[in-house]
Design a protein around this ligand. Structure first.
Ligand code: HEC
Ligand code: HEC
Length: 123
């Protein structure tokens, strides 16, 4: 799981066919739907939350569908910063041998800090 997040953030998954997503700013734009699912489920698990913790309900849908492309829920942009921070920590502080896998190092993960909670500073 962690490896998958690391791979997708860095863009190695770019060989997958385009997923047609509208508003990806950190993940590779052509990430496959399967890979995106895996990443999103991983966030949910690491923080102990459901999709709607970060995604708003669509205004123009009667069925309470989530609007995944919308950035209206502030948790989504917080998460983008967290993704960048996590990737940077791995790359900068854990790839001691730069020649080997510096891009996909995964010592630091969302779960390492969050441990199934949305905010690691709160009980
Ligand atoms: C902790 C926050 C968080 C949780 C929980 C979460 N997401 Fe996301 N989701 C994001 C962020 C951040 C992005 C945008 C990533 C980027 O900019 O590269 C995103 C993007 C998406 C997109 C792409 C939308 C588009 O068209 O641009 C889909 C689809 C999606 N999420 C589905 C889900 C599903 C399904 C779940 C529940 C299983 C879920 N997400 C749970 C934060 C979250
Ligand atoms: C090095 C530790 C660390 C890592 C790694 C980390 N986080 Fe966080 N995260 C925190 C802390 C600490 C807070 C609380 C900040 C505060 O109190 O304002 C937080 C807050 C958040 C919040 C806001 C929660 C709220 O209550 O509104 C989200 C969403 C989030 N993190 C998602 C993620 C995701 C997704 C990842 C992995 C890509 C991640 N974090 C990786 C430490 C971390």
């Amino acid at each position: 799981m962690l490896l998958v997040i690391a791979y997708t953030i860095i863009g190695i998954a770019a060989i997958d066919p385009p997923g047609g997503h509208k508003n990806l700013k950190v993940l590779p734009k052509n990430i496959s739907p399967d890979m995106l699912d895996t990443v999103m489920n991983g966030f949910g698990k690491a923080l102990g939350v459901k999709c709607y913790f970060c995604h708003v309900v669509s205004k123009d849908s009667a069925e309470n569908r989530l609007n995944f492309a919308s950035d209206e829920n502030p948790e989504k942009n917080i998460t983008r910063k967290m993704m960048k921070m996590t990737a940077k920590l791995n790359k900068k502080y854990f790839s001691f041998d730069k020649s080997e896998n510096a891009e996909i190092s995964q010592e630091v993960s969302c779960a390492m800090c969050h441990r199934g909670k949305p905010n690691p500073n709160k009980r």
